[in-house]
Structure formats: structure tokens, C-alpha cells
Design a protein around this ligand. Structure first.
Ligand code: GTP
Ligand code: MG
Length: 205
């Protein structure tokens, strides 16, 4: 598991502080408390790579994790990174900081040439929120691949989880979103292998 080799590189307060824009990058996005840090930890097999918390809104930085160079047939190894974007939508974050991150994330999505795709983490129990829709619409508009982890699947019955999954897949088809949707749980590790494979696929595109 290549993702197992993820190592913390730096935390950036603005995109100018990010590593040089070469190689391949996958960004993790999601609303505050959706379970983004837990998902990153589950994917990388680390218990505390990304800080998880019961208090939402803790991760107010862009956090970069370097991966070991990815081997490619007959080609130079590929420099690859995972980027944890700040959790969005936490009420107690001051409006000035929210505005700051709106601008930075927007600029990041538009300008980052090494960005290969987005992993969007949503709580399977809830409807998509404005932030999720904005991300999905952006991916559709720019044809950037988006992979959705519907996490906390352990909180629903199998039937409820399946219908939530099918509902979102249908929305993706209807809106021609270039992406995929899967069930996930950081607690029970449901979908971890599928998600790892998808992240690697995105990095290689
Ligand atoms: P911020 O960075 O604070 O915005 O939140 P986050 O999206 O990184 O969420 P985090 O991973 O910190 O998880 C938030 C809460 O949800 C924690 O109490 C986690 O233990 C819980 N949680 C995360 N994933 C799962 C899951 O798959 N199942 C269950 N049952 N709980 C989860
Ligand atoms: Mg977090």
C-alpha cells in the first residue's frame, strides 16, 4: 500500500506556501466534521497522520503529505502528494477566516496544475450541503475527476446506506459529473481498499 508511505510535509496558510507545483496531487475536501481526517488516516493506515477531533473546524490549514515516488512503466518515478484542505462550514470560524479559505481553495482548484482529482468526503447520513455542491459543480465544469467517500456508513443500516449511495450516483449520472461515489467507514474500514485504488488511479491520470 503506497499510501501507507504518506508523510507529513507541511501545513500551509496560503497556496503560495505549497510545494512546487509539479508531479501529481489529490486533494481531500469536505465539510467540517464530515470525517475527513479520519478517512485520511484510514487510507494511509496511520492512526494520527491527520488530526481528528470531536470539535469541528480544527483543521484550518492546507496540510500536505508526501507519498513515496510512484513507479511508472518506462518512465521517471512520479512525485505524488495528498493535500488535506481545511474543513469547511464550521460556524465558530470567524467570517474573515472563512472568506480567506474560500479564496484560497478557489485559487487552488483553478491554478494547481498538479491537481489530478478531488476526494470529497461527505457524511452518508446527510444531504449534500452547499459546499459539497460547489465542489461537485466545479468538478463538472472543469472536468476534474471527483471521488466521493460517503463516510460513517456504519451509522446506517445496510439498506439505508445503499439507497443513499444510489441516490448520489444517480445525481452524478444526471449531471454528468466526472466522478465516482462509494460507501466508506473509517470505523469499520468499509471501502478502504476501493478508495486507495481510486486515489492511486487519480494520481496516475
Ligand atoms: P474537521 O477537520 O474538524 O473539520 O473534521 P473532519 O472532517 O476531519 O472530521 P474527523 O475525522 O475529525 O471526525 C469527526 C468526528 O466523526 C470524530 O468524532 C470521528 O471519530 C467521527 N468519525 C469520523 N469518521 C467516522 C466513521 O466512519 N464512523 C463513525 N462512526 N464516526 C466517524
Ligand atoms: Mg480534520
Amino acid at each position: 500500500n503506497v499510501l501507507n508511505g504518506a508523510r507529513f510535509t507541511l501545513a500551509a496558510n496560503e497556496i503560495t506556501q505549497l510545494p512546487f507545483d509539479s508531479g501529481a496531487e489529490v486533494a481531500f475536501a469536505g465539510r467540517s466534521n464530515a470525517g475527513k481526517s479520519s478517512a485520511l488516516n484510514a487510507l494511509t493506515g496511520h492512526n494520527a497522520l491527520a488530526r481528528t477531533s470531536k470539535t469541528p473546524g480544527r483543521t484550518q490549514l492546507m496540510v500536505v503529505f508526501d507519498l513515496p515516488p510512484l513507479k511508472r512503466d518506462g518512465d521517471e518515478p512520479l512525485v505524488a502528494r495528498l493535500v488535506d484542505l481545511p474543513g469547511y462550514g464550521y460556524a465558530k470560524v470567524p467570517e474573515s477566516m472563512r472568506e480567506h479559505w474560500r479564496r484560497e481553495i478557489d485559487a487552488y482548484l483553478k491554478m494547481r496544475r498538479s491537481l489530478r482529482g478531488i476526494v470529497l468526503i461527505v457524511d452518508i447520513r446527510h444531504e449534500l450541503k452547499d459546499f459539497d455542491r460547489t465542489m461537485i459543480d466545479f468538478c463538472a465544469a472543469t472536468q476534474l475527476p471527483c471521488h466521493v467517500l460517503m463516510t460513517k456508513a456504519d451509522k446506517l443500516s445496510r439498506g439505508q446506506a445503499s439507497s443513499a449511495l444510489e441516490g448520489l450516483r444517480k445525481q452524478f449520472r444526471e449531471n454528468k459529473v466526472p466522478g465516482t461515489v462509494q460507501m466508506f467507514s473509517s470505523l469499520t474500514k468499509t471501502g478502504v481498499e476501493e478508495a486507495r485504488a481510486r486515489v492511486l488511479e487519480l494520481l496516475h491520470t
